[in-house]
Design a binder for this molecule. Sequence first.
Ligand code: ADP
Ligand code: ASP
Ligand code: MG
Length: 408
Amino acid sequence: MALYVYKFGGTSVGTVERIKAVAEKVKKSHDAGDQIVVVVSAMSGETNRLVALAKEMQVQPTDRELDVLLSTGEQVTIALLSMALHNVGVDARSYTGAQVKILTDSAHTKARIREIDEANMRADLDAGRVVVVAGFQGVDEQGNITTLGRGGSDTTGVALAAALKADECHIYTDVDGVYTTDPRVVPKARRLEQITFEEMLEMASLGSKVLQIRSVEFAGKYNVKLRVLSSFMEGNGTLITYEESEMERALISGIAFNRDEAKLTLTGVPDLPGVASKILGPVAAENIEVDMIVQNISAHGTTDFTFTVNRNDFARAKSVLEGLRNELGGNTQIIGDNSIVKVSIVGVGMRSHAGIASTMFKTLADEGINIQMISTSEIKISVVVDEKYLELAVRALHKAFDLDQETA
Ligand code: ADP
Ligand code: ASP
Ligand code: MG
């Protein structure tokens, strides 16, 4: 008898029929004698709908009330799935995050899980029941409802698997695994049989939303056997693993991209000690996360300073800079661009091979794509380009690094 945690995303529970199909799938494993904990997302589109509703009430709703609202999407699906399971003769019980007692910190809308009480779930599993848990939510010490950030049901799934020492955690979604890049952008993308935690972490943090970053961190930390599979078809999916596959080790495992980027440049900044902190200090104080930073070599005692932020923070970051202009002196100009994207190539194979960067840059040059910024780490190279080149850049790089599927 094995214990599995199955997580089903929004599309997988998006209609009554699909919830019934999930119930059938769970029944099959349950009938085979396995213990099953199911984590579900809200029905697809529901969380966005709730966010939009909140914004109609108030321009800037408090994060506490947002969490009370957003957590309702998952409360609907746990109840419906439990009913669907009862309907096919499977004993099941639904739990909200607070009912399980998924204890989190109090950082509303991006809370972190601290502790999970497994007593209720264990008792149900031992009684032969399927346990159905609402993803994306928890409760803080004071009893406030919290949510874990968009895509957070993945993290609920992995965290429950860690707490219960499950044999495997399956993330069922609308694609049949992790691909070399988003298959919606590159039809020739290939499914990966396996990918290392390190690579998956980079892919997730560079924009591949197939898994929430924190779920990958959690799985790596607690040694959870994690697999991404399709809700709709049979198959092995993709195993996230510590081992690098010996066979066919590619230089590049995948290409990630992020459309939610914006760029701010300050020109004519005096080239003096302390200027970078003068600029980025107030930005950080506004809780705006800065990603890439580039400072030019100073020509005549002044320099240009460019950094990127999330597109949602663009307007706020720009107004912080406007406020700094006098302080920075004389000829400082602010140039903003919120139509940029970041494209990244990821692979542990990069460590032992030179020339990856030059292949990347030549490929983009051959397509006439201008690179605006570059950043590198041991297993990734990221470039910022105009958003109109996103698809072209990703497809060209996919081909250049031999990732294209032979038969599309
Ligand atoms: P769910 O609602 O099941 O959580 P998501 O929409 O969050 O599903 O994640 C699945 C989506 O991630 C896919 O539909 C796909 O478009 C996108 N995606 C982005 N990058 C990748 C990738 N490298 N491999 C697979 N899917 C990817
Ligand atoms: N429903 C939440 C969201 O849309 C959580 C999730 O689906 O993982 O972000
Ligand atoms: Mg998701």
